[in-house]
Design a protein around this ligand. Structure first.
Ligand code: 13P
Length: 253
């Protein structure tokens, strides 16, 4: 089953206007220079940069995504942004349920599910994040935790066309530590089984499951050549054009 790899940058809370535009222009130029890359590209800047980054990406095959959305379309939700607003400024994707939001904002899988339903209704594709803490890994609960997060966070009517899963072990994010390739494949294969149970085999076989957590040019090939790894969700290394593009190139894009 051929799944087109997705190379996605999560810029997190980084970048003022000038930095964001420069980074986006750099990525756009490199992706254009690749001609017809084998992979799809996505960048997810902070809300404040979406419009400028959209302009900077003009003409390049790089999708735009946000890092969160509310589950309502509009109303009295100070500080929140709705899926419609994201769509309106040119987003195709939104990351939901990142472990930093689960930790910093107490987001539950139930809430992530509601957000995903709303995002899909607005015509956005979702990148739904899951992953275990170090304590959970050490106590042998990784598969159980990830399975529960999938069952809870992914809407029942999700399809491979509107949903991407990102497996990001919490302890591997921004730490330079990573699971072994075997560990990653084990989780991805287990996640695909859970997706099959939840969404049917057809969707599960077509749905992309990204790995995230200290992905760098030097380890990208090892992870992205695994059978059930369909791309990467990249934090720190997505803030440098050269690193982001080296990850893509080393992954066979
Ligand atoms: P790092 O690549 O900085 O470890 O971050 C991963 C991540 O959280 C992407 O969403």
């Amino acid at each position: 089953m051929a799944r087109k790899k997705l190379i996605a940058g999560n810029w997190k809370m980084n970048g003022l206007l000038a930095d964001g535009v420069e980074l986006a222009k750099g990525v756009a130029a490199e992706v254009k220079a690749m001609g017809k890359p084998e992979c799809e590209f996505l960048v997810c800047p902070p809300f404040t940069l979406l419009t400028s980054v959209k302009k900077a990406l003009r003409g390049a095959k790089v999708a735009l995504g946000a890092q969160d959305a509310h589950f309502n379309t509009k109303g009295a939700h100070t500080g929140d942004i709705s899926p419609e607003m994201l769509k309106d400024v040119g987003c195709q994707y939104v990351i939901l349920g990142h472990s930093e939001r689960r930790a910093d904002h107490g987001e539950s899988s139930e809430l992530v599910n509601k957000k995903a339903v709303a995002a899909h209704q607005a015509g956005l594709k979702t990148v739904i994040c899951i992953g275990e803490t170090l304590a959970e890994r050490d106590s042998g609960k990784t598969i159980d935790v990830c399975s529960k997060q999938i069952m809870g966070s992914v809407p029942d009517d999700s399809t491979a066309a509107d949903t991407v899963i990102a497996y990001e072990p919490v302890w591997a994010i921004g730490t330079g530590k990573t699971p072994t390739a075997n560990d990653v494949e084990e989780v991805h294969a287990a996640v695909r089984k859970v997706l099959a149970k939840k969404l049917g085999k057809g969707n599960a076989n077509k749905m992309r499951i990204l790995y995230g957590g200290s992905v760098k040019p030097g380890n990208a090939k090892e992870f992205l050549s695994l059978p059930d790894v369909d791309g990467a969700l990249i934090g720190g290394a997505s803030l440098k054009v050269a690193d982001f593009m080296a990850i893509a190139k080393n992954s066979g894009c």
